[in-house]
Design a protein around this ligand. Sequence first.
Ligand code: SF4
Ligand code: SF4
Length: 346
Amino acid sequence: MADSKKVRKEDLAGLLTEWSRDYAVLAPSRADGVARMAAWDGEDISFLDWYRNTINPVKSLFLPPVEEMFSISRNERGHRIELPPKDDTGCLVFGVRPCDARSLILLDVVFEDAYEDPYYLDRRRRSIVVGLCCTNPCDSCFCTSVDSGPAATAGMDIMFTDIGDNLLVEGISRKGKELVAGNATLAKATRTDENRARKIRLAAEKKITRKIDTGDSKERLLAVFEDESFWQQVSAKCVSCGVCTLLCPTCYCFDINDAMTGGEGSRCRSLDSCAFSSYTKMPMENPRADKWRRVRNKLCHKYEFYPMLFDNIACTGCGRCIRLCPVNWDITQVLDSLPAKHESKI
Ligand code: SF4
Ligand code: SF4
């Protein structure tokens, strides 16, 4: 916690107002009983009391559910393509939970690996991710099983921890440290503040009681991959609604469509889900017509294929797919039920 700072809770609105001069500030906001990141209204910091996590993962700020890639217009000389207006505004997202911050590291690799995705990367480069340590995790969270935890800082620029009357503030990345250094609203944290933060973080970790052993999940999935009866059983209750993938912070599949009416139109991309029978139907049939193959793909993508490619589990343990599934499909139960490698029939 070297060089950590603190801000009094009553001064947080002032700090966010200061940052609002240089950045579009987003913070947790509640409407219809659902928490979302929204433009900060300039005064409300009540989220410190009620906020656990947003329904949409933070990925939706960088990979929106739907976005126009360019517009098309036709005239007598041919087609004209116009990119969306360039936005140079920086964006500061306050209150990102550690699981969601980690998801950005997993997505960054994808969007700058085989090709550079200018839409995603431009938003990422203009963003400051300000994390907020979880002190009240949900029952469905299992981040400590996937190399993370309620106080993990991976993917953050700055980390805040609620220590009572104050928030402890730590610069994590270079740009986060720069933003924190020399800020007059922030005071130097004392040894007592840091010890308090340590205790609060340890207590938060202890609240995560849902645990799974992910140590050899890749090998266990590989061993059971061709076992149709296992996957039939595992997928039986899934209704292929796609919620678990669309709201998963690490799922990134998208579809691209062109629409033209008269001489005007646009190319849009929208999130897609491997849970849908219509997924990858273009230019041929979905190779995973059977539901069990689609459920298998969803799980194997996170715990087998992505780790094979990038040496990292593509699940942050955020628990959204457990909380939001209409039929209570539970990824931790399925991972737990994977036969040990030597028990596999294959
Ligand atoms: S949310 Fe549940 S029912 Fe919907 S696709 Fe995912 S596992 Fe299936
Ligand atoms: S698979 Fe489930 S728990 Fe894992 S990151 Fe996605 S939504 Fe969160």
